[in-house]
Design a protein around this ligand. Structure first.
Ligand SMILES: [Zn+2]
Length: 352
């Protein structure tokens, strides 16, 4: 099969097939929802279901179009995935033909006649990667897409898209998955047991994030963080320990992979800080991903807010060319400082 059913999103996609059957499907859709929950997978399954001879419905896998899709010889669906091409930014060259750009663009694809005599569909993955000129270049197509054309933009950050792009699309919301569905996807990827269960729990219903946590040795990173908080590990040694863990991270070069690794560790720190704040607001520790670690923190709301601001600044800096080790050093020092500030004065004096 070219596309598989996205766990947890069947009813949303079925609603879209129904809309198509009734002739009320918009030609431009924005699939929005958290990262890693299966929006792109849903887009593929949806368009295969439209192309399928038995559709619009769950693709049969047996008809001519389904077989041609699986064989890679179906010409009426075009997918743009900048990240898979190793590009951080989706540039205008993907939309309109440019010197030195890819030969196949959205405009050149849509200018061709339908090979199958039906709908022509474009799916753009992670459209938030599109820079302003690429988004502007797409406006004309969003406005006058031509007959039998469907554009699907997928994004976990629709808020950063131009208002002019958003206003020309119908938004389709995708929700987080249940913990059981997340765990099932991890099991299908070969991850089971206590670690997989923890990663499912921390991901908040995003199998993509759960897989990233599992592959990124999140459990070990969290153990190091726990030791930093309890004072058992020197914050300045902890970053070396984190970056020395064996883990798989996305990135074209080793430096880019290390930056991804540092960002993942910073996200984990943010998750803990989030839970400290949630406890201040009266949340039940059992309901929180890091409730056990958060519960031990005697930080005042002001101290928590200050630490959070510091880590958020470091997250912003992580998008620039700053050494991963220095980012983590500063984050871990901020955690230790929060611990130091919240210790009773007498105890702090006695421990020196
Ligand atoms: Zn079929």
């Amino acid at each position: 099969m070219w596309a598989s059913e996205p766990l947890g999103h069947r009813s949303v996609v079925e609603g879209l097939w129904r809309a198509h059957t009734q002739g009320r499907l918009s030609h431009a859709l924005l699939f929005q929802g958290a990262a890693g929950i299966g929006k792109f997978m849903a887009a593929r399954w949806f368009v295969q279901g439209l192309a399928c001879a038995a559709g619009p419905a769950a693709p049969c896998g047996d008809c001519g179009p389904c077989k041609r899709l699986a064989a890679g010889s179906f010409a009426d669906i075009f997918i743009i995935d900048a990240l898979a091409d190793g590009e951080d930014v989706l540039k205008v060259g993907y939309i309109s033909p440019r010197d030195g750009g890819p030969e196949k663009t959205i405009e050149s694809f849509l200018a061709l006649r339908s090979a199958e005599g039906g709908l022509r569909a474009v799916i753009v993955r992670e459209f938030e990667r599109a820079n302003e000129s690429a988004q502007n270049a797409l406006l004309k197509t969003l406005e006058e897409p031509g007959r039998n054309t469907l554009l699907i933009l997928e994004s976990a950050h629709p808020d950063v898209l131009l208002a002019t792009v958003r206003s020309r699309c119908i938004c389709v919301d995708f929700g987080a998955l249940s913990r059981a569905d997340t765990a099932l996807i991890l099991a299908r990827a070969g991850f089971e047991g206590a670690a997989a269960e923890q990663c499912s729990r921390w991901s908040g219903g995003s199998p993509g994030l759960a897989l990233e946590l599992q592959r990124g040795s999140a459990l070990e990173v969290r153990e190091i963080l726990a030791r930093v908080l309890s004072g058992q590990t020197d914050p300045l040694l902890a970053s070396t320990e984190v970056l020395g863990l064996k883990a798989e991270f996305a990135g074209k070069t080793p430096a880019a992979q290390t930056r991804t690794q540092a960002r993942a560790a910073l996200r984990l720190v943010l998750g803990i800080l989030h839970d400290v704040l949630a406890l201040h607001a009266g949340a039940d520790p059992e309901s929180l991903a890091h409730g056990d670690l958060a519960r031990g923190r005697k930080w005042s709301p002001a101290c928590t807010a200050m630490t959070l601001r510091c880590v958020l600044d470091l997250c912003a800096e992580s998008n620039r060319n700053i050494a991963a080790e220095s980012l983590l050093d500063r984050a871990f020092l901020a955690l230790r400082e929060a611990e130091r500030m919240s210790r009773p004065r007498k105890a702090a004096g006695a421990s020196r």
